[in-house]
Design a protein around this ligand. Sequence first.
Ligand SMILES: Cc1cc2nc3c(=O)[nH]c(=O)nc-3n(C[C@H](O)[C@H](O)[C@H](O)COP(=O)(O)OP(=O)(O)OC[C@H]3O[C@@H](n4cnc5c(N)ncnc54)[C@H](O)[C@@H]3O)c2cc1C
Ligand code: SF4
Length: 551
Amino acid sequence: MSQNSTADRRPSSDADVCVVGSGVAGALVAYTLSSRGHDVVILEAGQRFDPGNRLEQMEQSLRPHGSLLDIWNMGGPRDQYVTSGGAYYPLNQTRVKAVGGTTLHWLGITPRLHQKDFEMNTRYGLAADWPIDYEDLRPYYAAAEQEMGVAGTQDNPFEPPRETDYPMDAFPASYSDTLFADACDELEITMHSTPQARNSEAYDGRSQCVGFSTCIPVCPSGAKYSADVHVRKAEAEGARVIDRAPVQRIEHDSTGETVDAAVYATPSGDTYRQDADAFVLACGAVETPRLLLLSESPQYPDGLANSSGAVGRYFMDQPIVSVTGELEQPTNQEPIGYHTRESHQFYDHDDPQPGSVKLVFENVNPESVVRPMLSGGDMTSRENVFDFAMGDSWGDEVLDKIESNYPNNRVRLLANPELLPRRENRVTLDESKTDDFGNPVPDVSWNIGSHARETMEFIREVQYDIFDELGATIVSETDLADPPPASHKMGTTRMGTNPEKSVVTPQLRTHDLDNLYIASSSVFVTGGAMNPTLTIAALALKAGEHIDNAL
Ligand SMILES: Cc1cc2nc3c(=O)[nH]c(=O)nc-3n(C[C@H](O)[C@H](O)[C@H](O)COP(=O)(O)OP(=O)(O)OC[C@H]3O[C@@H](n4cnc5c(N)ncnc54)[C@H](O)[C@@H]3O)c2cc1C
Ligand code: SF4
């Protein structure tokens, strides 16, 4: 399928299933259904990037003045948004719109949720329970780990029960993780491996990780899983992908019980209707509710599948708590965040407060001298390079200069605390601003409640204790009053059995429309403190099965 504007983007005739969005959720649903013999068409708003160009994209990402957004062509008129909550939400940094979606850009950490995440109300009187539990998802988790290719080992005493080994061995602990180990022993904090969708050995036709450490925003070797892998697998099973085809609205029939068509635009200015027997929205936790709200009709003036009024509500992410410290010894960090050890010791709490939190031992370092040199003006001669690195200095002075500007002695601790679903945290349409097709843009309104704040303060103290034990001097820390989000968007079309309070059933079908399904973290009822994507993948495999049975 082509990236150009003249490709055939006319609709498929006789499609069984139309999947909107080709991130990991859409790709896995499409693969499941096409491999079971169904005719599948995927409509994707973004372009297809050639995997053969990833080395150049990596090179571009290393240049200090190259914007990370540019690498995946994010942030133009197509991606306008506003953010109106108490906490700023930098939406375009948290997503990619392209064939493969945000996994083109992600880090690849893949833990499962714990049992308690599905039972927050029963256990703690907080938030709401999911209508399914860990045991319901357990086989799908195992299948998702196989599909994506997860490296891990069963050394985590806090992990929920699992029946199978990980498909690949875990990565060994990084050098800086070994520095943390003594301090954690002393404080009785258990470190264990981090499951991640990155090949520790050749897997599924993709290479072993070769340690470039540019996983965010691009893996040049293909060792990091990205969903374009399953888009290609779906295509090999007969699925068709139409790229640069943003769906403008979903239309229902005269009964209002069935979806008829996905109406999409193309670069040539045409608008088409894609018919199918079943439709799956897999546009992520912001664009999925946005599309439903854009699809209002006389019968559904508040938006499609929104008889509960819950579409767009209960938006969640995890606020990042991180502290960077300096040691009096080399830490030999990777240049870009890539971690091998975590602690889930603070996850299964007995009391409602503080909530769950995941602690991460990170590889970070300040910039290497290479980065400013790459942007340092005229580097066309040996003299210019020396002049940049050394200036007027000579001998030991040069070494001192490089060591003080680019110290190799930093470590960082990071944590994701859970944030409870709050009805007022939501995605709405901002009618005052429009995208390139004249559609109102999404407004992400996000506030951090007292539960998350208390959890953030708790884990910050744990981080201080570790740095104390390590003898590290703190050089920077995230502001607890204004933390950045972890880019884990969730919760805006929640799952439930009560149609008055939720948008989709436990089978991921919308309560209101018989043939409209949602595959996304938007269906999460609570978000826990784990990275969401393995759960998104497990739910997508589950949705694929339900749709297969219904067709
Ligand atoms: C920097 C970064 C690091 C991350 N690291 C991790 C991590 O380590 N572990 C983890 O679990 N998660 C991580 N995440 C989050 C993870 O990437 C997402 O949870 C996951 O990729 C979401 O998958 P998805 O398929 O639901 O949505 P997406 O990947 O966002 O896919 C949605 C797709 O739908 C398309 N689309 C949207 N609207 C329309 C429309 N109207 N018509 C047609 N197509 C449309 C989009 O173009 C996009 O391709 C990270 C995210 C970021 C940004
Ligand atoms: S460290 Fe491994 S996964 Fe990350 S970019 Fe390099 S090769 Fe890819």
